[in-house]
Design a protein around this ligand. Structure first.
Ligand code: ZN
Length: 307
């Protein structure tokens, strides 16, 4: 079931604070109950891919701020983007970055945010807080009932911005290696699951993905990080990549949803191995999946397969 929203860490300090505030419900096997899913790295990547064709190389004709009270106030300078062309777009951790000559638009979906592309005469929904009208005649709208999302304008190099500068490597990028992880784990008595969910070590490994990857690698989530051998960390790195890449791939099939009437992003019905399966048989050995709380987060594992 849903964990309580640990609305802690309000500091303006990278994705580490988000790691503590996740309601990790994005990936469900069965049944497909609709609950509030929190956008994780795969959903953000899918969102970026979905909206990019409507934004990249197009000009912003109007910036609309309907409610500036997001996680941080939407700056008045955001209107400087009017008339600017978006040259490129990229994702860093769970931030989407859209570059223009006047600065970089940073968007974050927070806990409940979503983007959609609509004709400008589409009726506004409650919680549509921010929008860009593009010279394509379409509008990008940020919808965010809980307002943990963000829309900021960054001048200068966005990688040096305080939200981004301390982040660890991308899990699917070349810098996330077993030796990097070994170094991060070295001498640590903290549980391995907490280390891989630390955005200073690697970004984007949310609660679901951490449980799933540790199962795939056969590692007990409670194991002290410093005691996990390099070969096992190699397996873990591969598992993290695999579970995230699989989710992104599945998200690709839902891209059209960004343009449909409701505009809800697609969430991935990946078959879960252990997450949210407490008491159910392990898919490998049949042992009952166990649920514990680790670092205030629900943690699922097979006591037989994971050592
Ligand atoms: Zn098992």
């Amino acid at each position: 079931m849903a964990e309580k929203d640990g609305r802690g860490g309000e500091e303006y300090h990278g994705a580490a604070c988000y790691a503590n505030t996740q309601v990790a419900l994005a990936v469900r096997a069965t049944p497909p109950t609709i609950r509030q899913p929190m956008p994780e790295l795969p959903e953000v990547e899918t969102t970026l891919r979905g909206v990019s064709p409507h934004l990249i190389r197009h000009r912003i004709t109007e910036v609309i701020v309907r409610d500036k009270r997001l996680r941080w106030p939407v700056p008045d300078a955001m209107h400087d983007l009017e008339g600017q062309r978006i040259t490129t777009g990229e994702r860093r951790a769970k931030y989407m970055l859209f570059h223009t000559a006047k600065g970089t638009l940073l968007l974050h979906l927070g806990m409940s945010g979503s983007l959609r592309i609509v004709p400008p005469d589409t009726p506004w929904r409650k919680h549509d807080h921010f929008a860009l009208t593009m010279d394509t005649g379409k509008q990008l709208r940020l919808h965010d009932p809980r307002r943990f999302g963000a829309a900021l304008l960054i001048e200068g190099d966005p990688q040096q911005h305080k939200l981004l500068c301390d982040l660890g490597p991308e899990p699917l990028g070349p810098d996330f290696t077993a030796s990097h992880l070994k170094q991060a784990c070295s001498g640590k008595t903290a549980a391995i699951k907490l280390v891989i969910m630390d955005a200073h070590v690697v970004v984007g490994v949310g609660n679901i993905y951490a449980s799933e990857a540790l199962f795939m690698a056969g590692i007990d989530p409670r194991k002290p990080a410093g005691k996990v051998s390099l070969p096992r960390l190699e397996k873990l790195v591969a598992a993290i990549r695999e579970v995230l890449a699989a989710s992104i791939e599945m998200g690709g099939t839902t891209l059209r949803d960004f343009l449909n009437e409701k505009g809800e992003p697609g969430y991935f019905k990946q078959t879960l191995r252990v997450y949210d399966r407490a008491g159910e048989p392990c898919r490998t050995c049949g042992t009952k999946v166990k649920k514990i709380v680790l670092g205030q987060r629900s943690t699922f594992f097979c006591p037989k397969c994971q050592k």
